[in-house]
Design a protein around this ligand. Structure first.
Ligand code: BES
Ligand code: ZN
Ligand code: ZN
Length: 491
């Protein structure tokens, strides 16, 4: 699927379908100007009140003797209430109508509204359409697949294809992450992730990859990471990918992503109805790699290093045990009070090692860290924790721009009392279940040094959906990729 652009309706090519958007109640006025040649087909339907522009409503009609064979009315709802996210969702609704249909050529009329500059409208429309064209159907037989047959989406009223091309480049990172997350845990191992990281370096001249294997991780004494990895017959890997888009600057954003390729819970085994989605427990790591892919594809002028501690959290007689104590890379010791609180352990060592090795200007970590955040925020917003007001604000703003919304959560010192151990420096799960997502963040903060500006995103609710939502048709969303790219762009 590719985008093309024409500035006016008269220049639009022949196509199988034209998508024409309407705000509620706003009849012919704006549209007459854009697609004047379709006025005669549109007016009677609006006049009869058969299509009112209700949010995400669609209606298909047939044309004759026109540039397109079909016309899809698309409702955008109340213009006053509309946001860029509304556009994404509405144009995704239009895309869903094209699923399974053999319509290779589609003309898309951009909505006219004074609310947004043309570039932002174009971006949101392109995002909504391309995000919703991703489906994961590798395991479906041909007759069960619901494929898109679209070859060209022509944006009618766009300046050029620049904006849409950038959207596609960023989405190459989002979809890369989605594929890694959706596939089987035994196919996406720490070694597979390492191979993908090496491929990024092969494909982009400004990307380099370094991998630490199990022996090297042992040599570096990453005791917490190794503890989690001890129950798996698949070796862990510490994956580091550097993108240098601003080689003259020493500003570096370090993105650390949780890379648990499957989380059984360890000896504190997860029960049925909790374990089934845990191949997605490397979503933070997949997003970190996706961010490098997106940054390299868009030639983002920034330096980014992705760090992904990758391992299974498996069950074996050699698994780490509840009650054990381990020493972290940083030196702090941790009493294992729950082997299912493994994400913070691998992240703690990756954060400490990454800071020492890369001396980052700022740190962003992303992790499917707690079930508690799903209880708190569902799949609508990710939890945002930060020790830095400016960075937190930037992240909130990027959230509103991209539709990957976040909600700031507290890091009061009071929560620390829940994470103190009687026999070690810290415990890895709270004394009570209270504030589960907060105590996890408090734990991570213990491994951030010199008050380096830091953001922690708990994406357990947003990374993987059990049913389709808006422009996410299958499971993995690629959460974090568009958010962090936009944040870094706006630094
Ligand atoms: N990977 C899970 C969190 C998770 C839950 C992600 C559901 C996606 C969907 C994480 O490792 C975990 O199990 N956390 C525990 C921590 C607890 C033992 C302190 C949790 O949230 O229950
Ligand atoms: Zn766990
Ligand atoms: Zn986990």
């Amino acid at each position: 699927m590719k985008f093309s652009a024409v500035s006016t309706a008269t220049k639009r090519p022949k196509a199988d379908l034209v998508i024409v958007p309407f705000f509620k109640g706003k009849k012919e006025a704006t549209l007459a100007a854009t697609v004047a040649d379709l006025k005669g087909d549109i007016q009677p339907i609006l006049k009869a009140g058969d299509f009112t522009g209700k949010l995400e409503a669609t209606m298909l009609t047939y044309l004759s003797g026109k540039k397109e064979k079909r016309l899809l009315f698309l409702g955008l709802g109340d213009e006053k209430k509309a946001t860029l996210e509304t556009l994404r969702r509405c144009f995704a609704a239009a895309m869903k109508r094209c699923q399974d249909k053999k319509w290779p050529q589609i003309n898309v009329v951009l909505p006219e509204s004074k609310k947004w500059p043309l570039d932002e409208t174009t971006r949101a429309v392109a995002e909504g359409m391309s995000l919703s064209s991703y489906v994961f159907e590798e395991w479906k037989s041909k007759e069960n697949q619901k494929l898109f047959h679209i070859k060209t989406l022509t944006l009618v009223g766009a300046k050029d294809t620049k904006v849409a091309q950038k959207v596609m480049d960023i989405l190459s990172g989002v979809n890369f992450a989605r594929d890694l997350i959706n596939r089987n845990a035994l196919d996406i191992t720490p070694q597979t992730l390492a191979t993908e990281a090496r491929r990024l370096a092969r494909q982009h001249a400004d990307v380099t990859t370094h991998i630490l294997d199990k022996e090297q991780i042992e040599k570096e004494k990453m005791g917490l990471f190794l503890a989690v990895a001890s129950g798996s017959r698949i070796d862990p890997a510490l994956i580091m990918v550097e993108y240098r888009g601003a080689p003259r600057s020493d500003d570096v954003t370090m993105v650390v992503g949780k890379g648990i390729t499957f989380d059984t819970g360890g000896l504190n085994l997860k029960p049925t109805n909790s374990i089934e989605e845990q191949r997605s427990d490397m979503s933070g790591g997949a997003a970190a790699l996706g961010i490098i892919q997106a940054a390299a594809a868009t030639k983002l002028k920034a330096n980014i290093v992705a760090v992904v501690p990758a391992t299974e959290n498996a069950i074996d007689s050699r698994s780490y045990k509840p009650g054990d104590i381990y020493r972290s890379y940083l030196g702090k010791t941790v009493e294992i009070t729950n082997t299912d609180a493994e994400g913070r352990l691998v992240l703690a060592d990756a954060l400490a090692y990454g800071q020492k090795r890369f001396k980052p200007t700022r740190i962003i970590d992303m992790a499917t860290l707690t079930g508690a955040v799903i209880i708190a925020l569902g799949s609508v917003r990710a939890a945002l924790y930060s020790n830095n007001e400016k960075l937190a604000k930037l992240c909130e703003h990027a959230g509103e721009l991209t539709g990957e919304r976040v909600w700031r959560m507290p890091l009061d010192e009071d929560y620390m009392s829940l994470m103190k151990s009687d026999i070690a420096d810290l415990r890895n799960s709270g004394k009570k279940r209270a504030a589960g997502s907060v105590t996890a963040a408090i734990f991570l903060q213990e491994f951030i040094q010199n008050k380096t500006p830091w953001i922690h995103l708990d994406i357990a609710g947003t990374a993987f959906l059990d049913s389709p939502e808006h422009y996410h048709l299958t499971q993995a969303t690629g959460a974090g990729v568009r958010l962090v790219i936009t944040l870094i762009e706006n630094l």
